[in-house]
Design a binder for this molecule. Structure first.
Ligand SMILES: Nc1nc2c(c(=O)[nH]1)N=C([C@H](O)[C@H](O)COP(=O)(O)OP(=O)(O)OP(=O)(O)O)CN2
Ligand code: ZN
Length: 123
């Protein structure tokens, strides 16, 4: 098995009542794929294909008010990560986890969503 990842960022506003009113963040995301290496290229998936789908996701989130996006009415870090997983997993069965963080280096807060581990734990 081999792991390949792609990072992207987006800027967005959100609020999380009753904990926070309207404000914005720079979010940093990393998308990790795990799978058997391709016999020629050694990758679990072609990054060109992943990048195309990530761009669709990024365009949906970037410079948006997250609470208004379908499925993101409660945009905690964890729900944002799950939402990204749900968008990418149908095209990428090799998807292993999605990490979402916000805040400066050394002060960041974030989450790692591993949908497959959660599905196994529930089964
Ligand atoms: N596990 C989580 N806990 C909490 C989350 C979350 O997403 N996951 N979010 C919140 C609230 O949004 C909280 O008010 C955080 O507000 P936010 O401005 O996003 O972050 P900070 O308060 O740390 O402010 P900085 O801008 O980072 O200084 C609560 N719990
Ligand atoms: Zn916030």
């Amino acid at each position: 098995m081999i792991e390949t990842y792609k990072e992207f960022t987006f800027e967005a506003a959100h609020q999380l009542q009753p904990f926070s009113g309207l404000h914005g963040h720079s979010f940093q995301v990393s998308v990790h794929l795990v799978g058997d290496p391709d016999p020629v290229f050694g990758w679990p998936a072609n990054l060109y294909e992943l990048e195309q789908q990530i761009e669709v996701v990024r365009m949906t989130l970037d410079h948006k008010y997250l609470n208004e996006i379908e499925g993101l009415s409660v945009p905690s870090l964890e729900n944002v990560a799950r939402w990204i997983w749900d968008k990418l997993e149908p095209q990428f069965p090799q998807l292993d986890r999605v990490a979402v963080r916000r805040g400066a280096q050394g002060q960041a807060e974030g989450t790692v969503y591993n949908g497959r581990a959660l599905q196994k734990a529930r089964a």
